[in-house]
Design a protein around this ligand. Structure first.
Ligand SMILES: [Zn+2]
Ligand SMILES: [Zn+2]
Length: 274
């Protein structure tokens, strides 16, 4: 399985995943044009995407969903609550497939397991995706109010995690947001801070976890090196030796080969970026 984030942050999120025979997007929070050009930068033809999976209705996850689906003939998977909340994005010509939390389903060679989060959206979910070819299991969890027991359970045992590290507590307090917005971000229905992400990752560590990509960083209240430093320290202290990276708002990450990462992780500092 290979994976790249096309971009991540409060101005847009989208994750690309592929197996030998299936290509998926999780969320489409950029314009249709941006989604296509970022895929092309990775050498992926937008027309070859088999499905677009939407996690919740917020614009930074859905902005280009309708236009991308129409332009490239891509089926859109979402829950009924999210479908109702994003009705204005669709014209009725798209192929829409509804899924429900607690009911895993397959898209090509991916097994998709959606689970509930406590984010401030109508019907917010995060997902794990497992390749039936190599067994690699990935968790994509970018908008988590807090790690509930259900979220912990769902993300346990993943080989690769995309996890939000939204804000730095100190920068959030000192930043430009009014108190009400600060409260919303830091609340249990908002986003995980760097420290909260680090604590949660420490709980999720297991020998098979080969890599972690920190995502959904706030442009105003976080910085990539700050997030890497806070999370990296906790993971280093726990003697973890996997791959750690940060997703950027403006450009796609490299296309990560997860099977290769799994084979080489833990080999004395070989891949550790900490
Ligand atoms: Zn959101
Ligand atoms: Zn978001």
């Amino acid at each position: 399985m290979k994976l790249a984030m096309l971009g991540s942050g409060s101005r847009g999120n989208a994750t690309y995943l592929e197996t030998d025979d299936t290509r998926l997007l999780v969320d489409a929070g950029f314009s249709g044009r941006q989604l296509a050009s970022r895929l092309e930068r990775l050498g992926v033809d937008p027309d070859s995407i088999d499905a677009l999976l939407v996690t919740h209705e917020h614009g930074d996850h859905t902005r280009g969903a309708g236009i991308f689906a129409r332009r490239h003939g891509t089926p859109v998977y979402l829950t009924s609550g999210t479908r109702a909340a994003t009705a204005t994005l669709f014209r009725g010509t798209e192929r829409v497939v509804e899924y429900a939390v607690g009911h895993p389903f397959h898209i090509g060679s991916f097994r998709v397991e959606p689970f509930l989060t406590v984010h401030d959206a109508v019907d917010p979910v995060a997902v794990t995706l497992t390749s039936s070819h190599c067994g690699t299991r990935v968790g994509v969890a970018t908008d988590l109010g807090r790690p509930t027991a259900g979220v912990r359970h769902a993300l346990a045992g993943c080989h690769f995690l995309i996890l939000e590290a939204n804000h730095d507590e100190g920068l959030l307090r000192a930043g430009p947001y009014p108190a009400s917005v600060q409260q919303r971000i830091a609340s249990s229905h908002g986003h995980l801070s760097n420290h909260a992400a680090a604590r949660f990752l420490a709980e999720l560590l297991h020998p098979g976890l080969a890599g972690v990509l920190l995502a959904h960083l706030s442009a105003e209240c976080n910085a990539p090196d700050r997030a890497m430093e806070v999370v990296g320290k906790v993971l280093r202290d726990a003697k973890w030796e996997g791959w750690l990276g940060v997703a950027d708002q403006e450009a796609p990450t490299e296309l990560l080969d997860l099977l290769r990462l799994r084979r080489t992780s833990g080999q004395a500092g070989q891949l550790s970026l900490l």
